[in-house]
Design a protein around this ligand. Structure first.
Ligand SMILES: Nc1nc2c(c(=O)[nH]1)N[C@H]1C(S)=C(S)[C@@H](COP(=O)(O)OP(=O)(O)OC[C@H]3O[C@@H](n4cnc5c(=O)[nH]c(N)nc54)[C@H](O)[C@@H]3O)O[C@H]1N2
Ligand SMILES: Nc1nc2c(c(=O)[nH]1)N[C@H]1C(S)=C(S)[C@@H](COP(=O)(O)OP(=O)(O)OC[C@H]3O[C@@H](n4cnc5c(=O)[nH]c(N)nc54)[C@H](O)[C@@H]3O)O[C@H]1N2
Ligand code: SF4
Ligand SMILES: [Mo]
Length: 717
């Protein structure tokens, strides 16, 4: 075993905080501060600090499991488990055709794994039916970003630009809990004289830091953004010159905003006209300003239009593609950004290429050594795929997601999963979804394998192997290699991550997310490289010259003086649209899919707490985190609690058209009286997703996690 300190990155969220790992003689690993990484400068949240606890053999899977004749999962050899998966998937394909085999991936997978999983689906299985949990995450922001800017990269600038801005509007992000080390950038913003506006139906830890907190009714952010744009126009704060020179489509967007009078917007959102005016003042007076969205406004059945409306606000005021200004999305999962670029998405090929673009198909087919016509077309989105399990889709290979806990309308999805002919799950722990599988494969984790991730800034990072994985565990790449071979494809599925990355570089070359100039060596020497990063400066199209930025300190390795420095800041000279202009999108307010009524009079919104991660599959196995956040709860206003006759800690039933969940009451003034909040980290009785509405955004296919109608019932303890 190596005994040196290995600098690497956290396994959890999209900040990808830098950390040092040191193996101890007893087989455990110590996580310690790594100060040289600019995103967290040594700081870690409790999840990152305790991440090594999930490496322990007593909480993780240590052997493949197969379901025996009595229906119990029992340990099996790798050969038996892999043979069973190949037989299960192969049988479905033979009997029902390739599209009856589904693949579901995750934004926690490294770029190498996401790339290989997408290739495996299209080349080995020949199925179009692949999607991933990122659909539930930032797909609305991605769709809006592509419409407006021609490109989707979470933040178009490094986090270190935030303190230099004049004002930041944070829409539906609770980053004090979801990305704690990033709070520092906002504290520095205020120290530098900038202001912070937070928009959240709850007065969260993040909202407590704000100069101004707006608490709209859940699901009304679209109206709110339109109301702000209306005031920008009415108060003569539009940047006409910028609009003329750098945008298109203003007239229609302007007309749509003019229909959203402040008083009308106040009625929809519950945010007062003076607060709207104050927001406009704070946003427009400084020389620079930013809007950052997270899941609050995005996880709505109109999330794409909502983000579009916030982008319109930025464009109308000349706050995009200029220094210290812009629109950005705070992505979520460890590789939420890279995971959406390299082909595990239903409509996508590596390099952020479109599966229905003949030139993209030809390019990738050549790298893969297959006939372009053999590549399937676009498939279903994540919820639609899960909803089709047991009917159109008979077998599923699932890697790095736990939909039994995290999918909307989860009881229905759980029932769909149970109705499959065959389910195989690769995971590090026996998640609630893995527990339903016919075969479970135990895979290596972050500290045990090398791979790249791309953080919320578009910074590609190298996670390094620091320890040897336990005997009997294999990597996701080894699994896909073995399955490909068993399904008749001997070549093209290497198990060495660097070899995969070398192929990914070629596949992504010339695409929107171009990684061709990035190598493992550069990543080891620099603190990450921002994409697009074409192979050499000469290779860049003239039209893309503008994407070139001055090198970051530490720039390309000296041995490769011609190397492209990467692109920390996007759009400074032109947007990534064909004419270089950003596009306004005309949008109008519409209601959420399920408005409260007499039977279901209260709004439910959902989200996260600092000590648990996602479906909790990993963090519920860490004692320190469980002590801090032991179980689900229903956050509600004293007025609602009084009406129920509930006091702090009493069990409360939350009932929607999809089901019923029970959890203890947490009574607080920090939430709107018409709204309750539940975190979604737990299975069982308190599972928030039993209640949520799978109404989908028409463009991004994002479900409406953030707003549905419920009623509350007192439960006799
Ligand atoms: N501790 C922790 N950190 C995480 C994660 C985790 O599970 N746990 N997950 C990671 C991932 S994958 C993601 S995507 C990010 C998510 O990061 P965030 O987006 O910050 O997390 P959420 O708690 O889902 O939602 C943020 C806020 O949106 C508010 N909200 C609810 N409805 C609305 C609405 O209609 N409008 C507005 N404006 N706000 C609303 C909620 O009250 C909540 O405070 O966090 C990442 N970091
Ligand atoms: N109600 C409600 N529901 C939500 C949300 C919400 O705000 N409200 N947010 C949504 C969002 S933004 C997201 S991102 C999803 C996330 O929800 P999930 O997709 O369920 O995410 P995780 O819980 O992170 O599941 C990842 C699983 O993969 C395993 N794993 C981790 N790393 C690896 C790896 O390298 N390989 C393999 N094979 N397995 C690995 C973990 O152990 C875990 O079991 O939830 C969504 N669901
Ligand atoms: S903020 Fe995110 S990346 Fe940083 S330590 Fe916490 S979970 Fe890990
Ligand atoms: Mo997410």
């Amino acid at each position: 075993m190596q005994s040196t300190v290995t600098p690497t990155h956290c396994p959890y969220c999209a900040l990808q905080c830098g950390m040092n790992l040191t193996p101890a003689p007893d087989g455990t690993v110590e996580v310690s501060e790594r100060a040289d990484f600019p995103v967290n400068r040594g700081a870690l949240c409790g999840k990152g600090r305790t991440a090594a606890a999930v490496l322990a053999p007593d909480v993780r899977l240590t052997s493949p499991l197969v379901r025996d004749e009595s229906g119990t999962l029992v340990p099996a050899s790798w050969d038996e488990a892999l043979d069973r998966i190949a037989a299960g998937l192969g049988r479905t394909r033979a009997e029902h055709g390739p599209d009856a085999v589904g693949v579901f991936g995750g934004g926690g997978l490294t770029n190498e794994k996401a790339y290989t999983l997408g290739k495996f689906a299209r080349v080995v299985l020949g199925t179009s039916q692949i999607d991933y949990n990122g659909r539930f995450c930032m797909s609305s922001a991605a769709a809006a970003g592509i419409k407006a800017f021609g490109l989707d990269r979470g933040l178009p600038f490094p986090l270190e630009d935030i303190p230099k801005s004049g004002c930041v509007i944070l829409v539906g992000s609770n980053l004090a809990e979801t990305m704690p080390p990033s709070l520092r950038f906002f504290t520095e913003l205020k120290e530098n004289g900038g202001t912070l506006v937070v928009i959240d139906p709850r007065r969260t830890k993040t909202a407590e830091q704000a100069d101004l907190h707006l608490a709209p009714r859940p699901g009304t952010d679209l109206a709110l953004a339109l109301g702000l744009l209306h005031l920008v126009i009415a108060e003569g704060r539009v940047d006409e010159e910028y609009i003329r020179e750098r945008t298109s489509g203003w007239e229609d967007a302007r007309a749509a905003a003019m229909a959203h009078w402040p008083e009308y917007v106040e009625r929809i959102t519950g945010v007062s006209v003076p607060q709207l005016r104050e927001t406009v003042r704070l946003f427009c007076e400084p020389e620079s300003a930013m809007v950052l969205t997270a899941r609050g406004p995005e996880q709505q059945s109109k999330g794409t239009d909502t983000v579009g409306a916030w982008i319109n606000l930025c464009l109308a005021t000349g706050r995009a593609g200029r220094p210290r200004s812009g629109y950005g999305c705070l992505t979520g999962q460890g590789n939420g950004q890279g995971g959406r670029e390299h082909g595990q998405k239903a409509d996508q090929l590596p390099g952020y290429r479109k599966l229905d673009d003949p030139a993209a198909r030809a390019h990738v087919a050549e790298v893969w050594g297959v006939d372009p016509d053999s590549l399937p077309g676009p498939g279903r989105s994540a919820y639609e795929l899960l909803d089709a399990l047991g009917t159109d889709i008979r077998s599923l290979l699932l890697m790095a997601s736990n939909p039994v806990v995290s999918a909307p309308r989860a009881a229905h999805i759980e029932e769909r999963i149970r109705s499959l002919d065959f389910l195989a799950v690769c995971d590090v722990v026996l998640s609630e979804t893995a527990a339903l599988a016919d075969v479970v494969l135990p895979v290596t984790q972050w500290a045990e394998e090398t791979g790249t991730t791309t953080n919320l800034e578009g910074r590609v990072l190298l996670r390094r192997r620091a320890i040897t994985p336990p005997e009997g565990i294999r990597s996701d790449l080894e699994v896909l290699h073995e399955l490909a071979a068993r399904l008749g494809v001997e070549k093209g599925f290497p198990t060495d991550p660097e070899e995969v990355f070398e192929e990914l570089r070629r596949a992504s070359a010339g695409g929107a997310a171009d990684y061709s100039g990035i190598t493992y060596r550069r990543l080891a020497e620099e603190n990450g490289v921002f994409w697009p990063c074409p192979a050499a400066v000469e290779a860049v199209d003239e039209g893309e010259d503008a994407l070139l930025d001055p090198p970051l300190p530490g720039g390309p390795a000296p041995e490769t003086p011609d190397a492209h420095p990467g692109t920390p800041r996007l759009f400074l000279d032109r947007f990534a649209t064909p004419d270089g202009r950003a596009r306004f999108v005309p949008v109008s307010h519409r209601a959420i899919a399920e408005e409260p009524d007499d039977e279901y009079p209260v709004l439910l919104t959902t989200g996260r707490v600092v000590a648990q991660y996602q479906s909790g599959a990993q963090t519920r196995r860490v004692a320190e985190l469980n002590a801090a956040a032991p179980g689900p709860f229903v956050e509600l206003h004293p007025r609602l609690a009084a009406r129920l006759g509930a006091t702090e800690g009493d069990p409360v039933a939350v009932v929607s058209r999809r089901g019923r969940a029970v959890a203890p009451a947490r009574i607080t003034n920090a939430i709107r009286p018409d709204t309750v909040f539940m975190p979604f980290h737990w299975p069982g009785e308190g599972r928030a997703n039993t209640l949520t509405n799978p109404a989908l955004d028409p463009t991004s296919r994002m479900p409406e996690f953030k707003a549905c109608a419920v009623r509350l019932e007192a439960v006799r303890p």
